[in-house]
Design a binder for this molecule. Structure first.
Ligand SMILES: *Cc1c(COP(=O)(O)O)cnc(C)c1O
Length: 386
């Protein structure tokens, strides 16, 4: 059997590799503390689950959903977007339901790239940007993110001819894995340059609601003129603890959304209607569950940051996301430190290098585990490293 090059050339999927190592330790009777994966441990709010149960029993929801998503769902998205960002969207033209934002991110390049077309992809980054560009036949070009720049790419340093040649730029703020955030000024510059050079911005806003200390994350669509040149990815996964449900949405200008929808019409048949209607309950229902979530993660963030600092490690508390991004101690690289933590402390973290070569020198801790496990993890690391 021959396997396609796009598969042969895939880097090992980070989380599959971590899971394999956890399983291997478990089979030896070792229970690891897993800071590796960002998958909310808290349940979906009860009113959302109840709505699913009601809608799942209605036969009209058992048929194929509409391709772009139910009108009811797209209207709920438009309402949420207006309340949250003050941006008006046309539910018919500017909103597309997604089977989770990862699905959308993976399919967008097929709508925009011809073989060999250039797409700018940050390094480090969520790995799907790079693989989706490669799967569509495009050529990913790395945009380095450096700590000294607050992990924002130097947009003005990208040469003119690269800007001219590029068709697409992926960005993600609040950022996974670096936890960096972007301000209005950065987004304004981004939109200005993207419009000037006719590059599509694909902005991943999966962490829009996971923010702390009064910080509010902006949408790129708040910038005047952004719509014609930007697609923004949103997800209910992190906001409402719904990773398993597979529901999200893309927003952007009508032409972009149409091209995107044309790809999806030929690949999938949409999100189960009952899930869309439960998502409506999440978007339109009481939002105190979102505030409660933030409070849980903020407490865990403080606990973890204080604990890591008490071990003598330098780390800053993030303004947003489910992660803490930490420089590895002197004498280690990210893979070596990850292996050391696993062997000596039975603690799993994500090695920064798995997100790209510029992630080397860092590890990522996730906040999606209960307080006691975080405390236990810190104590294990204290015993192992003192
Ligand atoms: C979790 C995550 C997503 C995707 O979530 P879905 O469950 O597919 O909606 C997208 N981007 C980033 C950066 C993430 O961390």
């Amino acid at each position: 059997m021959k396997v396609a090059k796009r598969i042969e050339e895939l880097p090992p999927y980070l989380f599959a590799e971590i899971d394999r190592r956890i399983e291997e330790m478990r089979s030896r009777g070792v229970e690891v503390i897993n800071f590796g994966v960002g998958d909310p441990d808290l349940p979906t709010p009860a009113h959302v689950v109840e709505r699913l149960c009601e809608e799942a029993s209605r036969p009209q929801n058992h048929r194929y959903p509409s391709y772009r998503g139910m009108t009811r769902y797209r209207e709920a998205v438009a309402g949420w977007f207006q309340r949250r960002f003050g941006v008006a969207l046309d539910p018919d033209r500017e909103i597309l339901a997604l089977i989770g934002s990862k699905e959308g991110i993976a399919h967008l390049p097929m709508a925009l790239l011809d073989p060999g077309d250039l797409a700018l992809v940050p390094d480090p980054a969520y790995p799907v940007y790079r693989t989706s560009v490669a799967f569509s036949g495009g050529t990913p070009l790395h945009l380095p993110l450096e700590e000294e720049d607050g992990f924002l790419p130097r947009l003005r340093d990208i040469p003119e001819d690269i800007w001219r040649e590029a068709e697409l730029i992926f960005l993600n703020y609040p950022n996974n894995p670096t936890t960096a955030v972007a301000g209005h000024e950065f987004l304004e510059e981004l939109v200005f340059l993207a419009r000037k050079h006719q590059v599509v911005i694909a902005h991943d806003l999966a962490y829009s609601e996971i923010t702390y200390d009064g910080y509010t994350a902006p949408s790129v669509l708040e910038i005047p003129g952004a719509k014609e040149t930007a697609v923004e990815f949103h997800s209910l996964s992190k906001t409402y603890n719904m990773t398993g449900w597979r529901v999200g949405f893309a927003v952007g200008g009508g032409e972009l959304i149409s091209a995107f929808a044309a790809v999806k019409e030929n690949i999938d048949s949409g999100v189960f209607n009952a899930v869309q209607l439960a998502a409506v309950a999440a978007l339109e229902g009481p939002q105190d569950c979102v505030e409660a979530n933030r409070e849980v993660y903020r407490r865990r963030r403080d606990m973890l940051v204080d604990g890591l600092r008490s071990l003598g490690w330098e780390v800053d508390p993030p303004k947003a996301t489910l992660y803490v991004w930490m420089r590895v101690p002197e004498g280690f690289d990210s893979g070596g430190f990850t292996a050391e933590l696993l062997e000596k402390a039975e603690v799993v973290v994500a090695p920064g290098a798995a997100y790209g070569s510029r992630g080397e020198g860092y590890v990522r801790f996730s906040l999606t585990l209960p307080d006691e496990r975080i405390k236990e993890g810190i104590e294990r690391m204290r015993r192992a490293f003192s």
